[in-house]
Design a protein around this ligand. Structure first.
Ligand code: SAH
Length: 221
């Protein structure tokens, strides 16, 4: 790909991106690693061309099929929470969507697994990730409520769509040595919840109110 496409020009330029980073800092994001990842990953490449000029606004944006690319603040916050106890080597994401959160994770973590129930979204995400040479990602077309049992346990699991309750399968697939699950829970009112596993104990912490698309069942081809 031509460099200016990745680097961005005008509304996707470095200066525009830097304003977003400052906004995230103002909202309390502290991890330099996470801020650097957001600075580096070109969010405009994860949107249709007609929306690319809005890529560095701190808002969720539509990606088709009634789904949205999460707000940068939320991507930053969830990633920061996931990494708060130090390095992780293996993480599962439920809800690949555009692949943007996947890309941010892949730039920070050794091995990223991500599942998506809508095939056309997954295919686009796959192209974007390979364009950016993020080769430490494995994608699967499946209902993520079941996780990815063959690859478990995971040091971290991040869910980018909201179930009414935490799926038991995901708890089972957390590493017993401090595995962390970051997940929005609820329907009308949703909270971002962090669950940390130590052996058979699951410690639950409510972080903040959020708004995600719902976690749905079944797959779309
Ligand atoms: N992380 C994404 C957010 C996309 S929105 C991004 O950065 O763009 C949430 C995504 O979760 C949607 O693509 C939706 O199709 C997907 N999703 C919803 N329920 C799912 C399920 N049960 N299994 C897998 N993916 C699911």
């Amino acid at each position: 790909m031509r460099d200016f496409e990745i680097d961005g020009i005008g509304m996707t330029s470095r200066r525009t991106r830097e304003r977003l980073i400052q906004r995230l800092v103002d909202q309390g994001i502290q991890s330099t690693k996470v801020l650097d990842a957001i600075r580096t990953i070109p969010r405009h490449l994860f949107l249709d061309e007609a929306l690319a000029h809005r890529a560095y606004e701190d808002t969720a944006l539509p990606i088709g099929h009634n789904q949205t690319l999460s707000q940068p603040y939320i991507v930053a916050r969830m990633t920061e929470v996931l990494l708060a106890q130090g390095e992780l080597s293996k993480v599962l994401e439920i809800g690949t969507g555009s692949g943007y959160q996947t890309a941010v994770l892949a730039s920070l973590i050794g091995k990223v697994y991500s599942v998506e129930r809508i095939r056309p979204l997954q295919e686009k995400a796959r192209q974007r990730l390979s364009r950016l040479s993020l080769n430490n990602v494995r994608l699967r077309h499946t209902d993520g409520g079941m996780g990815w049992p063959e690859e478990s346990p995971f040091d971290g699991i991040i869910v980018t769509a909201a179930p009414g309750d935490v799926p038991q399968e995901l708890l089972n697939q957390l590493s017993p040595e401090g595995g962390r699950l970051v997940i929005p829970v609820g329907s009308e009112v949703q909270n971002l919840v962090l669950i940390t596993r130590k052996g058979d104990e699951y410690q639950r912490k409510v972080l903040e109110a959020v708004r995600f698309v719902p976690l749905l069942t079944g797959v779309i081809r």
